[in-house]
Ligand binder design. Sequence first.
Ligand SMILES: Nc1ncnc2c1ncn2[C@@H]1O[C@H](COP(=O)(O)OP(=O)(O)OP(=O)(O)O)[C@@H](O)[C@H]1O
Ligand SMILES: [Mg+2]
Length: 400
Amino acid sequence: MSDTVSAPVTSVRPNSVGAPVIIAGSPAMLDVLAIARKSAAGNAKVLITGESGVGKDVVARQIHVNSKRARGPFIAVNCAGLTETLLESELFGHVKGSFTGAYRDKRGKLAMAHGGTLFLDEVGEMSLRMQALLLRFLETGEIQSVGAHDESTQVDVRVVAATNRNLPERVAAGEFREDLLYRLRVIHIHVPPLRERREDIPLLITHLLKRAERPMEVSEDAMLLLQRYRWPGNIRELQNVMEQAMWFADREMIDVGHLPLSLRTAGDTLLPQRERRRQIADDLYDALVSGGYAFWDHIHPIFLSRDITRHDVRELVVRGLRTTHGNYRSLLKLFGIPTEDYKRFHNFLMAHGCKVDYRSFRQGTPEPSRRHQVLLPPLAAPGAAPPDPPGGTHDRRSGA
Ligand SMILES: Nc1ncnc2c1ncn2[C@@H]1O[C@H](COP(=O)(O)OP(=O)(O)OP(=O)(O)O)[C@@H](O)[C@H]1O
Ligand SMILES: [Mg+2]
């Protein structure tokens, strides 16, 4: 199930703000949306918490558009990155000449948000003095421009704040006022990180793919990686990864190779099946050619005990044929198989569907086809020495 609200908001327009696009199918995110919807009905202050990029901004906009103030302005102020003086003037406004650079009177965002919602983003970054000013406003609803000496004015503003900081921890450290925290956190909405609502990942990917100029898909292996990655940057990171992958993919299919290395190497257990297979085959191959392993003594038993699959054995044969340029007799030697075991080896590969067409390895060392194999060369008559496979002869019984 997914909860989708269309018409994305790209900018804040006084008196009108569109509903943000919110893709949600996970129980955790549907809960968040339910609380947001419920909180929209009243006027209580809301504190939205969550890691960077989880969607705090979109939840704040969602609250506004569902509230009675929806026709009023939605004004966002980012409390980080502004000096204390500038933030004070941004919120409360200033009169001309009140500080260096104040060349004309300026209305504050609190006054601009009258009748609507003020979104205080990154509220955890406010200085203690600014926190005191904000607290005073929250208690009285009054504002006074910086440098103004006339009476303060009353404004009707609903405050929604957001932070990716742990505010109780900041309170304990003496960096955030406890009384302000209680004032702001009348309703608390925590937006969980993407890794705690992995059901949303494919939905978000489908949504992002629709933005591509041409129809695009994600391969099974790539999807597996995307679903298992930790996403420390959450949805914003997912957007960036998908944008880059769509750009890299020259066809309509996004595959593992189009994803950033950090995603592909995010832990061995996260490797998709094909990568895992490659790694197993590499390890077994190294063990065989170094002489530490012999095919019948080591590979055969672990295959029978199902510790490796026929796909692993096939990959191993591919590596061997690459080295011997398609020569199965040399392969026997490489794998520590006695020459008299040619027929046994052949039968084993046939019986378990591990046959690989030697012909494509005859010229240079091409990448093996992942489509199914043709066959081993024909066997010599019983008792006779096995011939090297003549090119072009192959057994069609495999159904390959
Ligand atoms: N549920 C969602 N469905 C679709 N897009 C989403 C969703 N949540 C977030 N986004 C998109 O992800 C991006 C990051 O979201 P947003 O800016 O709301 O995160 P944030 O929590 O405010 O991040 P920060 O802490 O960095 O400010 C935005 O482009 C937003 O549109
Ligand atoms: Mg934000």
